[in-house]
Design a protein around this ligand. Structure first.
Ligand SMILES: [Zn+2]
Length: 156
């Protein structure tokens, strides 16, 4: 596992690693997604990369193939970090701090509007189609993790 944040602060991963090691060694579940479902502090701070080796059946030849995979887990929150992109702290027009209000929030898009005025500033975010939510998206959710396959490489 590794992290995407350029200025990574380990403090924000403490809760995640405590829960992950508990799941792995006490409950014998080393699937990171089971831990991420309840994790917020890490998601606000950084994406998580999981690099793993696994087996997959080749659809053409029918043979099993050993693969190296890099998965990126991205936390998405409709106001703080829509689809993994941090919303600006400051409105570029009125310079207000944390003035964003969710105007539209669907599975694939988020529109934020500045609360200072009806025509102050609006910004839109779109979900990258290759990033899927790890749990079912529901209207009104307040933060979900998404998974994106960054790399798949066959191994000998
Ligand atoms: Zn504004």
């Amino acid at each position: 596992m590794t992290f995407a944040s350029n200025d990574f602060m380990p403090f924000f991963s403490n809760r995640f690693f405590t829960q992950y090691t508990s799941n792995k060694f006490l409950h014998l579940n080393d699937n990171a997604e089971a831990t991420l479902v309840t994790e917020v502090a890490l998601g606000v701070h950084s994406d998580l990369f999981c690099i793993q080796v696994g087996w997959e059946e080749n659809k053409r030849s029918g043979q099993r193939q050993k693969l190296l995979k890099a998965l990126r887990y991205i936390w998405s929150h409709p106001v703080i970090k829509p689809f993994g992109t941090p919303a600006p702290v400051q409105c570029p027009r009125c310079r207000g701090l944390r003035t964003w209000k969710t105007e539209c929030h669907t599975r694939d898009s988020v529109v934020l509007r500045c609360k200072k005025g009806s025509n102050c500033f609006t910004q839109s975010f779109k979900r990258t189609p290759s990033a899927e939510f790890i749990r079912e998206w529901t209207p009104g959710n307040e933060g979900l993790w998404m998974k994106k396959t960054e790399m798949v490489k066959p191994l000998q």
